[in-house]
Design a protein around this ligand. Sequence first.
Ligand code: COA
Length: 259
Amino acid sequence: MSELVLTTREGPVATVTINRPQALNALNQGVLEGLAAAFADLAADESCRVIILTGAGDRAFIAGADIAAMAKLSAEEARHFMELGQSVCNRIESAPQIVIGAINGYALGGGCEVALACDLRIASDRAKIGLPEVTLGIIPAWGGTQRLPRIVGIGLAKQLIYTGQQIDAVEAHRIGLFNQIVPADELLPAVRSLVDTILHNGPLALRLAKEVLEATKDADLAVGLKAELEAEVRLFDTADRIEGMTAFVERRRPKYQGK
Ligand code: COA
């Protein structure tokens, strides 16, 4: 496992930390490959239910793709680098687990795009987020032009992409880009508390909720409704569904087994 990306485990929760604080966790080839490997391993791990993704140090989640490395790329080399960045974001987005971005500082460019691929974004009040690519003469190409409008709407996405400006945590929360903001020293406890709330819920229900949301976010309503119906019917055939409803009737906490 690469030193640039660290994975730790506590029961069903994995924490993936981008570990290049001297460069504000900028993503070069090595970090991207480390992230791809970490998320590939976790995708195959059925005992892992939630992934927390964060950056080492107290300044940055990820300050973007590595500009010094990009400066040397030919167009054809850039294609491979962008494809790698896109595939990492796709892996994060399609992880079978719920992925929570703990945004502990700058989330710029590729860092913003990685954050957009997470299911939820919980940020320190010192975080700043933006897509400054146009200031460098390029555009966001790890999903920024696609995922940002899906989250904040096309008008705000165009404003952020055309200006290249960073916004602070309060503004990012106001426009729905951050789900929650907390004081910097309370970030990890706040994320853990959210994780605990999620972990009380049915494991299969969580997996299928994400599966349906992801598989149908670009589908029309009829296709989406059919997918959620089929997923619901599958869940009715599970021990967890019976346990969840029996526990409610018996006024006790459900003990889910993921079956
Ligand atoms: N790529 C490569 N290196 C980066 C980087 C990036 N995206 N972002 C920061 N770094 C490096 C800096 O080069 C510096 O390295 P050095 O100490 O060897 O010179 C180190 O991280 C610290 O950054 P620095 O710029 O000195 O910190 P700062 O507090 O003055 O500014 C930022 C912080 C985030 C505003 C500034 O680093 C920045 O604008 N980074 C680029 C953001 C960006 O455009 N990202 C999108 C890329 S597509």
